[in-house]
Design a binder for this molecule. Structure first.
Ligand SMILES: Nc1ncnc2c1ncn2[C@@H]1O[C@H](COP(=O)(O)OP(=O)(O)OP(=O)(O)O)[C@@H](O)[C@H]1O
Ligand code: NI
Length: 306
């Protein structure tokens, strides 16, 4: 459905070219929830934003992003805008920035539907708010963003995200900043959407990833280092970094990952994780591993598997 080939995003800077996303290859299947996890700054949001053509102006991008065979990166802005509106839905990290404070929820949802040529009857508005798990829809639709709780605002951004019935919904940290009860309600709601469309989920939160994902991709310093079916991933992570990520969770060993994530300008020879890896050998600091298929639904970038 959505395919990335050798995607690279870079920024010119005084210290030379910064490459926060490097050689990413991935495929998101129809109706699956594909989740990207990894420490802050590893490139998750840039990767997601590249699908929408929403990168910063100075970003340089190469490679391909195919949505149903069409390369989004080669399309002019006008076509991209149409696709963005109809085929790709987006749920942003901070609902306050994606909701317009001066319009009611009803008029905002109405505008999205009208713009994308979808039915904008009140029945459809109620249907969509219901799908996003919003109770008492008529009352809520009449309100302005500042009258809503954080959880309700986030539900409305989900309603906006699915309004155009997109093939893929991109949700970047949708649960960040929500308290635990509201977070779990949102997760519950997202899981009901899951059977209908592909979801690209980005999260720091392993609980959220565990509850929602069909497959997990782990990103480290701009590269994907593991892609695995979610059940296998949580039982038997392959990459040493994946193991550390899981061990840092309170329900496991709650052990922090040793060392620090590399600085964005840092060029690391060999495996990018070798400086922090307990299993690292002299080979790891010399050879940069390729992504290798281990079995039907697992890939890993680690010399221990080469
Ligand atoms: N316009 C820019 N110019 C230079 N570097 C940038 C720019 N935008 C982002 N970056 C850098 O790219 C890296 C990846 O950023 P990105 O936002 O994709 O990380 P992330 O994995 O989403 O992190 P988080 O989990 O904190 O949201 C970061 O180191 C960031 O500083
Ligand atoms: Ni991010």
């Amino acid at each position: 459905m959505l395919n990335m080939k050798d995607l690279k995003i870079s920024f010119p800077s005084k210290e030379g070219l910064l490459i926060p996303v490097d050689s990413v290859d991935l495929e998101i299947y129809r109706k699956e929830t594909f989740t990207i996890i990894g420490e802050s700054g590893c490139g998750k949001s840039l990767l997601a934003n590249s699908i929408l053509g929403l990168l910063p102006k100075d970003a340089q991008i190469s490679g391909n992003v195919y949505l149903e065979g069409r390369d989004l990166l080669s399309l002019p802005e006008s076509s991209l805008k149409k696709i963005r509106g109809k085929k790709i839905g987006m749920v942003f990290q901070n609902p306050s920035t994606s909701l317009n404070p001066v319009f009611t929820m009803r008029s905002q949802l109405y505008e999205i539907l009208k713009y994308s040529g979808k039915p904008s009857s009140i029945n459809n508005l109620i249907y969509l708010t219901g799908k996003a798990g919003i109770r008492d829809p008529l009352h809520r639709l009449a309100q302005y963003p500042h009258q809503l709780s954080g959880g309700l605002k986030q539900r409305f951004t989900v309603a906006f995200g699915i309004a155009t019935d997109p093939d893929i919904l991109i949700a970047d940290e949708p649960t960040t900043g929500l308290d635990i009860t509201v977070k779990m309600q949102l997760v519950e709601m997202l899981s009901t959407l899951h059977s209908e469309r592909s979801i690209l989920l980005i999260t720091h939160d392993l609980d959220v990833a565990y509850k929602l994902s069909d497959r997990i991709a782990v990103m480290y310093a701009g590269e994907l280092v593991e892609i695995s079916a979610a059940d296998k991933f949580f039982n038997e992570p392959l990459h040493p970094y994946s193991k550390h990520l899981l061990d840092s969770h309170p329900s496991r060993k709650m052990k922090p990952i040793p060392g620090n994530a590399p600085h964005i300008g840092q060029r690391i020879k060999g495996c990018r994780f070798n400086l922090r890896c307990a299993c690292s050998s002299s080979l790891c600091s010399q050879h940069h591993p390729e992504m290798k298929q281990i079995d039907k639904d697992r890939y890993v970038r680690c010399l221990a598997f080469a």
